[in-house]
Design a protein around this ligand. Structure first.
Ligand code: GDP
Length: 445
């Protein structure tokens, strides 16, 4: 996500490090670098101009000359400006006073609307809502079916036109969908609409007609972050044509430069509300401008990381483990396996690590990191007998070579795993003896 922009900006700041004072020439050189980095990342020219002018002005002010660490102050300024172009404050979904809340999705074909309907549905469902997805994309062959499949995977109901009944009239389907939601007590309706490959008048008219028919509380404009400079034009056309209340950046997982997407909020003056980061239904997160700016500047996004960890980590497992440890029992290989399984729930481990401060410097190692490692650990532990798992101490040489054979690993793999396990066990014992989490700064209390 924005990795090349991130690399360029952090490299620029490195040149400033250690400078006690910044001359005007230093500031100009830095601003020039930032300007190039933004342009190379496809950020729209007017946005770049505004951005660099603001950075330059603040970097030459007392704010920096009076700062203890001028270089750090410049990073802070760039951070502030990034937050600003990304829309400032995070903005939450607006719910209707009288349900159902209607959320309409608009955007070009292939931008990720149908996928988003599923993601949004699943996410809202998880928060105790009862969303209904309404299939108004009657243009693209198979779109209705695709929404039904997505809905099923997301565990969310889908309203689709009966074949031969109202087919061809998306406005009627949208109306009927909302009526259905009322009668079946859904509190949220998500209306998926048709897109085209390019902007055209008919498409805009259809979207506008649907909007007028269902008066949505939110119109979310979905934009593929990989489409480059066209993003700004497309966004402007949708802003003028249908108007929208928020932006969803999709395909942020791609390694495209993504900068055009950064311009959309600024150009249309509408906030980015969500980010889609993959094809899976969980590859989705509410968008927080401040956190995204931190990620771009490689300062990490620890808050999102913690949220995802909380979501993935089953509290029941954690409570069971806590009461077991409190009861004086030792942390065993079954617990270790449960913990590994929860790691897998966190989705891509790489994605998680990428949110940690300094991740950009680790990118190479990250690329080399193999998620199949989790599979290997599972294979080894599952090759042990239940007795061995609860009594790891009995794992002598011959047992280890049997386990290695059983799991298709080498004895060295088994030994390495046991080494890691005993470290984890030691940590658990320390926690039990009230010393708190070792090696976890900032977790005091
Ligand atoms: P629609 O035409 O706007 O409804 O777009 P779809 O939801 O059908 O998405 C088009 C394609 O993009 C599909 O192959 C999706 O799987 C894929 N897609 C959607 N969102 C994402 C995303 O965030 N990341 C990636 N990599 N692919 C996505």
């Amino acid at each position: 996500m924005f990795s090349s922009l991130s690399d360029r900006l952090t490299a620029t700041f490195k040149n400033l490090r250690g400078k006690g004072r910044l001359s005007e020439a230093d500031v100009d050189a830095t601003v020039r670098e930032i300007r190039r980095a933004l342009l190379d990342a496809d950020v729209a020219l007017p946005v770049v101009k505004q951005f660099t002018a603001a950075v330059r002005e603040r970097a030459l002010s007392d704010e920096v000359s009076g700062a203890l660490n001028p270089a750090q102050q410049v990073v802070k300024i760039v951070n502030d400006q990034l937050v600003e172009i990304l829309g400032g404050q995070s903005r939450r979904l607006q719910f209707a006073k009288n349900p159902p809340t209607v959320i309409m999705l608009a955007g070009l074909q292939g931008s990720g609307k149908t996928t988003l309907a599923g993601k949004l549905g699943k996410w809202l469902n998880g928060q105790g809502h009862k969303p209904l997805l309404v299939a108004c994309d009657l243009q693209r062959p198979n779109a209705v079916n695709q929404l039904q499949v997505v809905g099923q995977r997301a565990g969310v109901q889908v309203f689709a036109p009966e074949p031969g009944n109202g087919v061809g009239d998306p406005v009627a389907v949208a109306r009927a969908g909302v009526a259905e939601a009322v009668s079946r007590q859904h509190d949220i309706v998500i209306v998926d609409t048709a897109g085209r490959l390019g902007i055209d008048a008919e498409l805009m008219q259809q979207a506008t007609d649907i909007r007028d028919a269902v008066s949505p509380d939110e119109v979310l404009f979905v934009i593929d972050a990989m489409i480059g400079q066209d993003a700004v034009q497309t966004a402007q056309a949708f802003a003028d044509g249908v108007d929208f209340t928020g932006v969803v950046l999709s395909k942020l997982d791609g390694d495209a430069r993504g900068g055009a997407a950064l311009s959309v909020a600024q150009v249309t003056q509408r906030p980015v509300m969500f980010a889609s980061t993959g094809e899976g239904l969980d590859d989705f997160e509410p968008f927080h401008p401040d956190r995204m700016a931190s990620r771009i500047l490689d300062m990490g996004d620890v808050l999102t990381l913690i949220e995802q960890a909380e979501k993935a980590f089953d509290n029941k497992d954690a409570e069971a483990l806590a009461s077991k440890l409190e009861g004086g029992e030792d942390f065993d290989l079954n617990d270790f396996l449960t913990q590994m399984a929860s790691l897998r729930n966190m989705g891509s481990i790489k994605k998680m690590i990428a949110m940690m401060p300094g991740a950009a410097q680790m990118r190479e190692q990250l690329e080399a990191f193999d998620e199949r490692e989790v599979d290997r650990v599972e294979a080894i532990v599952r090759s042990m007998t239940p007795h061995e798992r609860t009594n790891p101490k009995i794992l002598n040489g011959s047992r280890r070579s049997r386990i290695a054979r059983g799991s298709g690993m080498t004895v060295t793999d088994v030994n390495q795993l046991m080494e890691r396990f005993s470290q984890a066990q030691k940590m658990m014992r320390q926690m039990r003896s009230g010393k708190g989490m070792p090696n976890m700064p900032g977790m005091g209390g």
